[in-house]
Design a protein around this ligand. Structure first.
Ligand code: P6P
Length: 322
């Protein structure tokens, strides 16, 4: 029999699931449905320049940010792909103020999905990499009833899985279900995600730092000192570091996951809680980086320990090599 070299996402999920004797296959079904949405969004993102899907809908989202059509498309696509699989009891999205209920006959699933449908969307017209980020919990409300806000507002260390898709030079889906971090690259020829990065471990140390230096004036003095320290010359500690900042968090995070480094979106005098969202941006990447041997803090505590107060709360984040 021919030696088949490649491993599809679907096959990998099933093999991972076999490692858990009491796995029911629901999480596998959920991740499979997510990968379908990712393929369709990837198709649209990669031809965005060709059809009239660029530009603004003219609407603005719950945060008053002008919304690009692809944002809405990705949001709608994820809901369409996820709300009838029977795996979920509730969902939440960056694009929706409140929790998203699952149609009654399908809302008996035991999982909760939170997502940022298209992070970095201000970069779409410039062909810069953007991404979808997702976070999965087990429900805490009684089975058989519709999911609740309480199901969504769980601390990050309770995530059962988390991941992201980067729509860039290729489309890559990276996820963890608590047993390491694995990356799958989409082969558009036959529309399958193929294992390309098994068991990603982020370098313990690196010379890359990612931060928007345009906010320097508003930073805490200690942060100013730290960034200046990185820019000093010192052979022994490998300084000066290299600045790399795409302005699309998931693209910056993905590069640093593979190459090592630190990504920072700190609090500053204008944004006391920073800019990035806890539930569907910081918690997922914090789960991933810790599984890959790195760290994620808000400047004081572990991101995964933060007790959420609301669905769209922002937190400062310092994430990357230990
Ligand atoms: P700034 C994109 O809009 C985003 O939400 C993240 O993807 C990115 O890291 C950040 O904002 C960039 O923000 O203030 O540096 O432009």
């Amino acid at each position: 029999m021919a030696k088949i070299k490649f491993l599809t996402l679907a096959r990998h999920i099933i093999e991972e699931e076999k490692k858990h004797p009491h796995a029911t296959g629901e999480l596998s079904g959920l991740l499979h449905d997510l990968s379908l949405a990712a393929k369709v969004i990837s198709l649209e993102v990669n031809k965005a320049g060709l059809v009239d899907i660029l530009g603004f809908t003219g609407d603005s989202n719950v945060h008053g940010e002008r919304v690009k059509k692809l944002d809405i498309f990705a949001h709608d696509m994820l809901i369409w792909a996820m709300d009838h699989g029977g795996h979920l009891c509730v969902m939440a999205s960056e694009e929706e103020e409140d929790i998203i209920h699952i149609p009654p006959k399908y809302n008996i699933g035991k999982y909760v999905l939170l997502f940022d449908p298209l992070d970095g969307s201000s970069n779409i017209d410039a062909n810069v990499s953007i991404g979808t980020i997702f976070s999965i919990y087990r429900r805490v409300s009684p089975a058989g009833e519709p999911g609740t806000l309480e199901d969504c507002l769980q601390q990050g260390f309770k995530q059962v899985a988390a991941g992201y898709v980067v729509y860039g030079s290729s489309t890559i889906l990276v996820y963890t279900a608590g047993n390491g971090v694995h990356g799958f690259t989409l082969d558009p020829a036959f529309g399958e995600f193929i294992l390309s990065h098994k068991n990603i471990q982020t370098p313990k140390k690196s010379k890359i730092y990612s931060i928007n230096e345009g906010n320097y004036l508003y930073w805490h003095p200690g942060l100013k000192k730290y960034i200046k320290y990185l820019q000093e010359e010192d052979e022994q500690t490998g300084r000066p570091y290299t600045g790399r900042y795409i302005g699309s968090m998931i693209a910056d995070f993905h590069r640093n996951l593979l190459y090592g480094g630190i990504f920072m979106y700190p609090a500053d005098s204008r944004n006391p809680n920073g800019k990035l969202r806890l539930m569907y941006e910081c918690n997922p990447v914090a789960f991933i980086i810790e599984q890959a041997g790195g760290k994620a803090i808000d400047g004081k505590q572990r991101i995964l320990d933060i007790k959420p107060e609301n669905l769209h709360q922002r937190v400062p984040i310092f994430v990357g090599s230990e």
